[in-house]
Design a protein around this ligand. Structure first.
Ligand SMILES: Cc1ncc(COP(=O)(O)O)c(C=O)c1O
Length: 509
C-alpha cells in the first residue's frame, strides 16, 4: 500500500532509504524509469528473422558479424524500447513547454517551418560528396546565407564552416595567426577581459596563444586604461564578448578597435550574444576584424541537447584572404561553384559545415525580411521587463542598461542563508527551467536571465511573480527551499560528486 508520507509529489512511493523503487505506479503512470539495461531479459528480442532465411548470410560478410555475447546490448522487446523512450521524452523540459530563461544561451522558439523545410528530401538527402553540378540548390542556400550574413553584420566576408561558437573562435584565432604570420610576425598574446565568455580564453590556449586578462570597470565595461597598459608589440589581438556576459554593450567598442589597430593588433568580437543587436548595429563600423555568430542561438536551430550547431565567422578586409576554403561563389552565368581564398588556412570542417543549421538560418532570415531589427528590440525589451519586475527583490549586477539579458547577484539574499542554487532548484517546483547561475564569475552568486524575443509579457510577469515568491520565502526562512526541488523526478543531487566522479557508462557501475 502507498503510505502518504512516503509518496513523493510525483506520486512514487519511496523505500526506507528514501529512493523511489523501480516502476512504482500511480494512476496507471510510471514515474520512475529504470535504465534500458535494467529492463534487459536474456534472450528477449525486438525482431527476429525467419530461421530458414539463408539470404541474410550472403548479405553480411562473415568477418563483419560480431559475436552476440560481446556486444552487451540490452535484450528487450520492441514495445519495451518504444515505451521506455516515449516515457523518457515526457520528462524533458524544452522551449516548446515553457520559458527557458538560460542566460547566454538564447533559448528561443524554433519556428516549425524551419523544421519542415530542413526535412524536405531534396535537402535532407543531399550528400556532401555530390558533384557541384548536382548540388546547385544546396550551394544557392549557402551562398544566399553568406550574402545575407555579410549584409546584416556589414562585414565584407564570412565562412559558414565552423560547427559551433567555440569552433568559430578557434577559426577566427587561426585567421589572426595567419594575418600576422603573412607579415612575418609571431605575436603570442591575446588580451581577454574578465567579462569574457569562458570559451574565449580556452580557445586562445587551444590556438597556442598566451592569455592576459584585462579588468572591467564598475559598470561592467572594459577598462580602457588597463587595455592601453597591456598593448605591447607581441599582442596579436583582443577577444571581447559584446554585448558582454553581464548583458552590457561595450559602448567604447570603436575606441577599443582604434587603439588595437594603432598597434596592428586585431579585434575579435565574440558575437554569440548577437541576438541583442541583430539588425541594429554594424560590426564594420565598430571596427571589428573577426566575429562569430552562433547560428544555433540567434538563428533558431534547436539546441541545448548536444545536437549540431553552427557558427558564421565574419571578417574584415584584413582577414578575408585567409578564410577557410572552400567558399561558395557565384559565376557570371548565375550558377554556383566552390573556391578558396588566396591564402586560405584550409578546411575547418568537412562539406560546407552543418548544412541543416545553415538552411534553418537562411529560412529564419528570409522569413523576417526587413524586420530583423525587431528581434533585438523585443529581446532587449523582454530582458528589461524582467529587470524592472525584479530589481527591488534581487540586486542588479550592473548599473548600465541591460541588453538581451539581465544579471542579478545574490547580495540581497545573502543574509537569509539561502543561495542562488536554492533559488534555481526552487524554480523547478514552479515549473520553470532555472536561469544560468554562478556565471559570469565576476558577479557573486550570479543569476543570469535571458528571456529572448519569443516570450509574451504575460509569461514574463508570471515568471517574475514566481521569482518574487521565492525571494519572499527566503526572507521568511522557509526551510523547504534548502531541499528543493520536491516535485521533480530527481530531487537535489550531489553536484560536486556528479561533476568529479561522473558515471557515464552503465558497465562501469
Ligand atoms: C558569449 C558566448 N561565446 C561563446 C559561446 C560558445 O558557443 P558554443 O556553445 O556554440 O560553442 C557561447 C555559448 O553559448 C556564448 O554564450
Amino acid at each position: 500500500m502507498l503510505t502518504e508520507e512516503r509518496v513523493t509529489s510525483t506520486g512514487a512511493e519511496t523505500n526506507e532509504a528514501g529512493q523511489v523503487p523501480l516502476s512504482v505506479t500511480r494512476n496507471g503512470q510510471i514515474y520512475e524509469e529504470p535504465l534500458i539495461f535494467e529492463r534487459s531479459s536474456p534472450g528477449r528480442v525486438g525482431f527476429s528473422f525467419p530461421e530458414d532465411d539463408e539470404s541474410l548470410e550472403h548479405e553480411v560478410a562473415g568477418d563483419l558479424l560480431r559475436d552476440a555475447d560481446d556486444i552487451h546490448l540490452p535484450e528487450v522487446s520492441e514495445p519495451e524500447v518504444v515505451r521506455h523512450f516515449t516515457r523518457l521524452s515526457t520528462w524533458n523540459y524544452g522551449i516548446d513547454l515553457n520559458l527557458y530563461p538560460l542566460g547566454s544561451c538564447s533559448m528561443k522558439y524554433n519556428p516549425r517551418i524551419n523544421e519542415e523545410i530542413a526535412a524536405l528530401p531534396h535537402f535532407k538527402d543531399a550528400h556532401p560528396a555530390m558533384p557541384v553540378a548536382y548540388s546547385q540548390d544546396v550551394l544557392k542556400v549557402t551562398f544566399d546565407l553568406q550574402t545575407m550574413i555579410c549584409q546584416l553584420t556589414d562585414m565584407p566576408a564570412v565562412t559558414l564552416q565552423p560547427a559551433a561558437g567555440a569552433h568559430g573562435e578557434l577559426t577566427g584565432l587561426f585567421l589572426m595567426q595567419a594575418y600576422h604570420k603573412k607579415k612575418g610576425e609571431q605575436r603570442k598574446v591575446i588580451l581577454v577581459p574578465d567579462s569574457a565568455h569562458g570559451t574565449n580564453p580556452a580557445s586562445c590556449t587551444l590556438a597556442g596563444y598566451d592569455v592576459k586578462e584585462l579588468k572591467s570597470t564598475r559598470q561592467g565595461l572594459l577598462d580602457l586604461e588597463d587595455l592601453k597598459a597591456h598593448l605591447t608589440p607581441d599582442v596579436a589581438g583582443l577577444m571581447i564578448t559584446n554585448p558582454n556576459t553581464v548583458g552590457v554593450f561595450e559602448t567604447n567598442i570603436r575606441a577599443i578597435a582604434d587603439l588595437l589597430h594603432e598597434n596592428d593588433s586585431l579585434l575579435y568580437m565574440d558575437g554569440a550574444n548577437y541576438n541583442a543587436i541583430i539588425g541594429q548595429a554594424s560590426l564594420g563600423e565598430m571596427g571589428v576584424d573577426v566575429s562569430h555568430l552562433n547560428l544555433h542561438k540567434t538563428f533558431s536551430t534547436p539546441h541545448g541537447g548536444g545536437g549540431p550547431g553552427g557558427a558564421a565567422v565574419v571578417v574584415s578586409d584584413r582577414l578575408k584572404d585567409f578564410l577557410p576554403g572552400p567558399q561558395v561563389m557565384q559565376k557570371d552565368d548565375g550558377s554556383y561553384d566552390l573556391a578558396s581564398a588566396k591564402y586560405s588556412i584550409g578546411r575547418m570542417k568537412s562539406g560546407l559545415g552543418h548544412f541543416g543549421v545553415l538552411l534553418r538560418a537562411c529560412i529564419f532570415i528570409r522569413s523576417h525580411g526587413n524586420q530583423m531589427g525587431a528581434i533585438a528590440e523585443h529581446a532587449v525589451l523582454n530582458a528589461n521587463i524582467v529587470r524592472k519586475n525584479l530589481e527591488e527583490h534581487f540586486a542588479v549586477a550592473s548599473d548600465n542598461d541591460s541588453m538581451h539579458e539581465v544579471v542579478f547577484s545574490d547580495s540581497k539574499q545573502k543574509k537569509t542563508g539561502f543561495s542562488t542554487m536554492d533559488l534555481a532548484k526552487a524554480l523547478i517546483d514552479y515549473g520553470y527551467h532555472p536561469p544560468t547561475v554562478y556565471f559570469p564569475l565576476s558577479v557573486h552568486g550570479a543569476i543570469m536571465i535571458e528571456p529572448t524575443e519569443s516570450e509574451s509579457p504575460e509569461t514574463l510577469d508570471h515568471f517574475s511573480e514566481v521569482m518574487k515568491d521565492i525571494a519572499a520565502r527566503m526572507q521568511s526562512g522557509d526551510e523547504k527551499l534548502s531541499s528543493a526541488p520536491h516535485r521533480a523526478f530527481v530531487t537535489r543531487i550531489d553536484e560536486a560528486t556528479a561533476a568529479r566522479n561522473p558515471v557515464l557508462n552503465y558497465f562501469t557501475k
